[in-house]
Write a protein that binds this ligand. Structure first.
Ligand code: MN
Length: 672
């Protein structure tokens, strides 16, 4: 009998490609995996486990949930089962050279014709996929054009709908499987607020009616706490593009004038009068086997919009981003009582939350800042303001609090949503310090914490989203702050790639030379890097990343950059990890690019002589002879910030693609 993996092996040199060689032992559950394969041409490799191998098809145009979109799928050689877990870079010159990333994975089952060999012989495979992007029934049909030329398309089922390549259209990599949550556990708004503008908030209309959760589970539907389920709502829930979902929303009935009306709702639910009735859905808490509540609100809403079919019974509640003031006029006109402001990155939690605020219509609009929105309870009482933190300069803890208050507006957007470790110096820079990764019991409940898994244990981490929490952390004695390179909602997906130029004993002039070379190299491969002093004697080179990269990507990339720089400047730069072996050279540290590692943010004060701070720089400042990191201090930075604005703003507004840069870097390496 011939080995089905012969063709796979023949095409590869396993001494040179990282792809797996020996097949793993077969298992019980049938697995499917889809690789996003950025080779000469981008395509998606669909692999279905059967008979101890992964039967594979290359799909150049990817997947579509529109059954009318029939996509070419080219049958390729069987792959070993171990390929299910393979991702990485296949070197140039090797078969399939390029980047192979796992795009989706899950289980599958053949349907209708369940004998694989028969189905394959007939050239017609129908199968149901259970993944995070791919769900429901799909169809592979062999064409007349040759044994390897197939068509792939979506069958008509609950998931079918408008063209999209993922069931929900959002990244579910980090979503966790869980049973449906308690339908009575609902998020509520915290304090009332005056209208405000803030780009990190969204605003929805508040509808008058009965707030309740709705569930669809197969053919079963329910509005929790509502006995008579209106027919239109039942139909709307059954039309959701999924098998199982839990929604949050408001059941609304309209009066004769077409306005939401509580009396009309009561009559309609009692069956004493017929009024048009609809469920206005504003949140998606659960989808299939996944708990979506920890995901950012904007993602949950995008997913909800994808699920809700157009129909009178279930409607999607849209929002405006950034400004509650614009929405309020429309609300007053529609006869609605209020808008609800929600933090766009917030998770769904139970009970009153500062992440939701109610803004009554007719409220006079003083444009409040988010800080001013919150009442007195959300404040830590500053203590020991006169304590001297920097003895040589005489700066006190009060001076540090004043400094952070002054730079908060620029600093906070860079901290927002990130787990933060604290480094506490309660007695100033010469006193004892302790490094604190997790939020301790007794943390005030208005301080946001997020549970994050570390070493198999789930521990709460601080998140600093607003000025009160920032000052709370500083009041604890935190001189600098240590945010992660990823956000709490996606802890394994960094949005900063950082190369740390750490001189220890090397002269600052060498740091400057390396920074110049790094800027030139990165710009040369199409990136727009950012630069700042570390606040001590080094510098940080930042590349803000688009969503979808892992720490493996950012670390691999920064390591390659570091190695090119060491090759260019071998006398002054090193990637040697052991300080004793660095020979007084500047250490190019790329190892921070990993989960739970941190970097000081721009504007952080440092616990060193001189009270210097991490200062964002323009690249041309590297050419100034008088550049020294000690110039930027808690005394001088507020004026510089007022003059230049936040030079680190692009870290928020200019997320960049790493893959083309990796490819470009590859050819740089080859050229040199
Ligand atoms: Mn391929």
């Amino acid at each position: 009998m011939t080995d089905p993996l012969d063709a796979y092996r023949r095409k590869r040199d396993f001494a040179r490609t990282p792809e797996p060689d020996a097949p793993a032992a077969p298992r019980g559950l049938a697995t499917f995996v889809v690789h996003r394969h950025e080779a000469r041409n981008l395509h998606y490799d669909l692999r279905l486990e059967h008979g101890g191998v992964l039967c594979s098809w290359a799909v150049p145009r990817g997947f579509s949930y529109d059954p009318a979109d029939k996509r070419l799928a080219v049958r390729t050689e069987d792959h070993p089962l171990a390929y299910e877990h393979f991702s990485g870079r296949i070197p140039k010159g090797q078969y399939g050279a390029g980047t192979m990333a796992i795009w989706d994975r899950g289980s599958y089952a053949l349907v209708k014709l369940t004998d694989w060999d028969q189905a394959l012989a007939r050239g017609e495979l129908k199968f149901v996929l259970r993944g995070r992007r791919l769900r429901g029934e799909w169809h592979l049909v062999r064409t007349q054009q040759g044994p390897n030329t197939w068509l792939l398309f979506k069958s008509r089922d609950v998931y079918a709908g408008p063209s999209r390549d993922s069931a929900l259209g959002i990244d579910l990599d980090r979503a966790v499987e869980a049973p449906l949550p308690d339908p009575d556990a609902a998020m509520q708004h915290g304090a009332a607020a005056a209208p405000f503008r803030d780009p990190t908030w969204l605003f929805e209309m508040e509808f008058v009616g009965r707030r309740c959760r709705a569930t669809r589970d197969g053919a079963e539907v329910a509005l929790h706490g509502v006995e008579r389920l209106p027919d239109a709502v039942r139909d709307g829930l059954l039309a959701l593009r999924c098998e199982r979902a839990r929604l949050d929303g408001v059941l609304v009935a309209l009066d004769a004038g077409g306005r939401p009306c509580r009396t009309a709702l009561a009559q309609a639910l009692a069956g004493t009068a017929a009024a048009p009735i609809a469920y206005y859905a504003f949140d998606l808490l659960h989808w299939e086997e996944f708990d979506l509540r920890p995901l950012p609100l904007l993602d949950r809403k995008a997913a909800l919009r994808t699920l809700v079919a157009d129909g009178p019974g279930v409607l999607y509640v849209d929002h405006v981003l950034g400004s509650g003031t614009d929405l309020l006029a429309a609300i007053a006109e529609a006869g609605l009582p209020a808008a609800i402001g929600k933090r766009a990155a917030s998770s769904y939690c139970t009970g009153p939350s500062p992440d939701w605020v109610r803004i009554a219509a007719g409220n006079a609009p003083p444009a409040a800042t988010p800080a001013a929105r919150r009442g007195a309870p959300r404040r830590s009482r500053p203590s020991n303001l006169d304590k001297v933190y920097w003895p040589a300069e005489g700066h006190t803890k009060g001076d540090l609090l004043t400094y952070y208050h002054a730079v908060a507006e620029a600093l906070l957007p860079h901290l927002r949503g990130r787990p933060v470790h604290l480094n506490r110096f309660p007695d100033g820079i010469d006193g004892k310090s302790f490094y604190q990764r997790e939020a301790k019991p007794g943390t005030p409940d208005w301080v946001r914490t997020v549970p994050i898994e570390r070493d198999g244990e789930v521990v709460p981490h601080h998140v600093i989203d607003d000025v009160e929490t920032l000052l709370y952390a500083v009041n604890l004695g935190s001189i600098d702050l240590h945010p992660w390179l990823s956000r709490a909602a996606t802890p394994d997906a960094p949005d900063w790639a950082v190369l740390d130029l750490d001189p220890k004993t090397a002269p600052f002039a060498h740091v400057v030379r390396i920074a110049r070379a790094a800027g030139k190299l990165l710009r040369g491969i199409g990136l727009r890097p950012l630069l700042k002093t570390s606040g001590k004697f080094g510098m940080h080179v930042f590349v803000p990343l688009r969503a979808g990269y892992t720490y493996d990507h950012s670390r691999m990339f920064t390591e390659a950059v570091a190695r090119v720089l060491v090759r260019e400047l071998p006398d002054i730069a090193t990637v040697e990890r052991l300080p004793d072996r660095r020979d007084g050279k500047v250490y190019l540290d790329f190892l921070q690019n990993r989960r739970s590692q941190t970097v000081v943010p721009p504007y952080a004060a440092r616990p060193v002589r001189g009270a210097s701070v991490s200062a964002p720089l323009r690249w041309d400042e590297l050419e100034h002879d008088d550049l020294t990191p000690q110039r930027f201090t808690i005394q001088s930075m507020p004026a510089r910030l007022a003059e230049l604005g936040d030079l680190f703003r692009p870290a928020l507004e200019d997320p960049q693609d790493l893959l083309p840069a990796i490819a470009a870097l590859d050819s740089v390496l080859r050229r040199r």
